[in-house]
Write a protein that binds this ligand. Structure first.
Ligand code: V47
Length: 361
């Protein structure tokens, strides 16, 4: 077995990490060394740039056919806290952004029992009619798999319909943890790991870029995290379809796993750095500021992240309902620029496809 110092030297030389070496590095390398290794790797890919975008979320409903133990967002139909926005209400939400400079709408919500594929397609069409210049990053693989199978179509046929309606990219949600036993425990009735990969592979084959996430810091261990990252690396080798990876820290407020607690920030930083090192073929590692909070996000930039997501404009409830610091998450471009500068990098506005937008004042 190699020592962490030997493994670190191999990482510097550009050698790909095996699962066994990744575990040793993860467990034994000091935090400062992981920071150095991950930052070196980040610099090779994105130099001194850290990306952000101007975006908002649409969350059509928090009613969901699945009942994941970690979820603080879902409400049973008929509950006072359940919402099911009408198409008109969502059009109204989208109209607020006319002329605002947003470049991306991220649509994600509960897996509604009755919404059809046509409904999801017309939601995208309506967004594009109001904001023709934006990209629509829509629906997790779990939502997609459900709506497409319900329509009696193959995954590729369903994706074709959504692409025709204007879907530009697919977010990374629903991945949770790929290990089937852990998944069975934390989200027993949810769409499977196999379904998640089927959708992402099909999207990549159709030329649609997607993101990937990992929900960590609950009952999984480091081997499960490494296995998760290795499965993503394998698909990326085959398709090159992932734009970004987003590690999602389990937040424990208001769900049925609350007794587990949350992992310390040092674990978040090590996880980011190791994600950057294991996923040597995924260009962008995102520190999602809404989930970490602003201070941890600033630190995360020293651990291999090169993206912080966007302005959000208080449009998502998933993390505020799970106990994140920002109960009304919102960041101005100015605040983002300052955060990135304080961390010693250069903020660059991007669109969904990571094309740079040159309008920084
Ligand atoms: O799949 C739900 C996670 C995800 C909790 O692709 C929780 O750019 C922590 O995927 N604690 C949805 N996490 C959000 C998501 C996402 C977010 C930002 C950017 C992108 C992107 C994707 O949120 C779910 C689940 O893994 N989640 N509940 C919780 N209590």
């Amino acid at each position: 077995m190699r020592t962490w110092q030997e493994i670190a030297a191999c990482v510097v030389a550009g050698e790909r990490l095996s699962a066994q070496d990744a575990l040793i590095l993860w467990q034994e390398a000091p935090l400062w060394r992981l920071a150095e290794l991950a930052t070196d790797r980040k610099r090779k890919i994105s130099g001194d740039k850290v990306f952000y975008n101007r975006n908002f979320h649409l969350e059509p409903t928090n009613v969901c056919v699945f009942n994941c133990k970690f979820c603080s967002f879902r409400r049973p139909r008929g509950s006072a806290e359940a919402w099911e926005w009408s198409m008109e209400q969502m059009q109204e939400q989208v109209r607020r952004y006319v002329g605002s400079g947003v470049t991306e709408v991220h649509i994600v919500g509960g897996v509604h029992p009755e919404h059809s594929l046509d409904y999801y397609c017309s939601l995208i069409r309506n967004v594009k009619e109001i904001l023709p210049e934006v990209s629509v990053k829509a629906y997790t693989a779990i939502e997609l798999s459900y709506m497409i199978h319900r329509a009696g179509l193959s995954v590729k046929e369903g994706l074709h319909r959504l692409i025709d309606a204007g879907m530009d990219a697919i977010p990374g949600g629903g991945a949770e943890i790929f290990d089937e036993k852990i998944r069975e425990n934390i989200c027993p009735d949810k769409g499977s790991t196999k379904e998640w990969f089927e959708v992402h592979r099909a999207a990549h084959e159709l030329g649609i870029k997607t993101n990937a996430t990992m929900l960590y810091g609950h009952i999984e261990n480091l081997e499960h995290r490494i296995d998760h990252l290795m499965r993503l690396r394998e698909l990326q080798d085959a398709t090159e379809g992932f734009n970004a990876f987003i590690p999602l820290k389990y937040r424990n407020f208001g769900n049925s796993m609350s007794e587990i607690g949350e992992v310390p920030i040092i674990d978040d930083l090590r996880t980011l750095a190791m994600s950057r090192l294991i996923l040597d073929n995924v260009p962008h590692i995102k520190a999602y500021w809404v989930m970490y909070g602003k201070q941890t996000t600033e630190m995360a930039l020293k651990f291999g992240a090169d993206d912080i997501d966007g302005t959000i404009d208080d449009s998502t409830k998933i993390y505020s309902m799970a106990g994140a610091e920002d109960q009304r998450p919102k960041m101005s471009v100015e605040q983002m620029l300052q955060m990135v500068e304080r961390a010693g990098f250069r903020a660059v506005e991007r669109d969904t496809h990571y094309n740079e937008i040159n309008n920084i004042k």
